[in-house]
Design a protein around this ligand. Structure first.
Ligand SMILES: [Zn+2]
Length: 415
């Protein structure tokens, strides 16, 4: 225990208290509006669908609260509770922890352990909550194979990366953190590029959008925006869930716009075209690139901090770890950085929502905004997303503006 212990505990308690307070507000707001569809949606959303969205949001939120409590307990158990020291002991203790591969093994073991503890909540979310509201289409077999594949990827990509960073930490001298940052950035850019064609297809099937009637409309739209036409795909999202969505992914030559098959089924052609125009807005305004740059700057600050903390005795002692090695510093930093970085959440969410407004404005400049409005209403209805979030909760957490605000913004464009 030292002053840093107190700072850490204070930050953890504060972030948890904010979360608790916001969630209580959110729940109360949703309950208070459960019995009436907001005016703007009265003609498009039934009371039954509105109430389903309220109940679904509350049920999901309760699991989320439990998960948060659990992750605080796991974090405290690993650090001040001596969990990390225990894991280091399994791998041979203090003397071995300075080896790059044993350090990597300790880090991966702790990460795996934390994931295993948090697994039951995720099983409950999929097979109880999603099931109850009619969204789950995943089988136990599918769930298990997804999990196995995720862990395999973590091992194949994460293990060499962690080992390389640990090696740089030990071999390069005072400015190791600059090189480590450059390596991590290169890998993250490579992953952004590889994700659409190499990673995502491991989990889902992607087929080019082949509706003939739709194709002609889309070609025109794509040409107007200078987007390569082979980049539009339909994903078999229905393999796992009934939720529908669309997203823009990848950089450079590997850009893609992806529609979930569930979305393609529920939207009219004009509405799909409007959603496409919105996604093209993200492309035109370079939102993926901007987010990559923002994350690169934040990561650089993180690495500079780690470069300082790695030599600070109080950092290890304050977090209950008795072995001072590079692996321990990296592991502790990976565990506690999210606690402090979490306070940036509302800032990041604000910029994400600004990107959504920009993409909407772009879509509205290409096509009738009413089609995008209709598509959004269907998306909210089919996904049972709440139309009445608490304003503070959504300001803090939402990457997309609440439905009512977003639609008002779009309709403002129509005038
Ligand atoms: Zn968007």
């Amino acid at each position: 225990m030292n002053n840093f212990t107190l700072i850490f505990l204070f930050a953890l308690a504060l972030s948890f208290a904010i979360e608790l307070w916001l969630t209580r507000r959110h729940f109360a707001h949703i309950r208070a509006h459960r019995n009436a569809v907001p005016d703007a949606f009265r003609s498009s959303i039934t009371l039954e669908a509105h109430q389903k969205a309220a109940d679904y949001t509350l049920a999901k939120g309760k699991v989320g609260q439990f998960e948060q409590l659990l992750s605080v307990a796991v974090l405290l158990g690993l650090t001040l509770g001596g969990g990390i020291d225990l894991v280091a002991g399994w791998w041979g203790g203090a003397q071995t922890a300075s080896s790059v591969w044993l350090g990597t093994a300790i880090i991966l073991t702790v990460m795996l352990l934390a994931q295993i503890i948090e697994l039951p909540a995720s099983i409950y979310q999929t097979f109880v909550i999603e099931q109850r509201f009619g969204f789950n289409r995943s089988t136990v077999r599918q769930f298990a194979s997804d999990l196995g594949l995720q862990w395999l990827l973590t091992l194949l990509i994460g293990a060499p990366l962690i080992a390389l960073i640990l090696w740089v930490m030990g071999a390069v001298g005072g400015y190791w953190w600059l090189l480590a940052w450059a390596i991590l950035q290169s890998v993250s850019i490579l992953m952004s590029w590889a994700f659409p064609t190499l990673i995502a297809p491991l989990f889902n099937k992607f087929t080019p959008l082949e509706d003939e009637a739709l194709r002609a409309r889309i070609e025109t739209l794509l040409q107007r925006c200078g987007f390569q036409s082979k980049g539009i795909f339909v994903m078999d999202g229905s393999r796992r869930s009934g939720h529908g969505n669309a997203y823009f992914t990848g950089i450079g030559s590997n850009k893609r716009i992806v529609f979930f098959d569930t979305l393609v089924e529920s939207l009219e052609h004009e509405e799909l075209e409007a959603v496409l125009a919105h996604e093209l807005g993200h492309f035109k305004r370079r939102h993926v690139l901007k987010m990559l740059i923002a994350s690169a700057v934040l990561t650089l600050i993180g690495f500079a901090l780690l470069g300082w903390l790695v030599n600070a005795d109080w950092f290890y002692a304050g977090l209950g770890v008795h072995v001072q090695t590079n692996a321990m510093a990296l592991l502790l930093f990976m565990l506690i950085a999210p606690v402090f970085a979490g306070f940036l959440q509302p800032v990041i969410a604000y910029f994400q929502r600004r990107h959504e407004f920009e993409a909407d404005s772009f879509a509205a400049s290409l096509a009738q905004p009413d089609f995008l409005v209709n598509a959004l209403v269907k998306l909210y209805r089919d996904n049972a997303s709440t139309l009445t979030p608490d304003p503070l909760y959504s300001a803090y957490h939402y990457s997309h503006p609440p439905a009512a605000i977003r639609i008002a913004h779009l309709q403002g464009k129509a005038v």
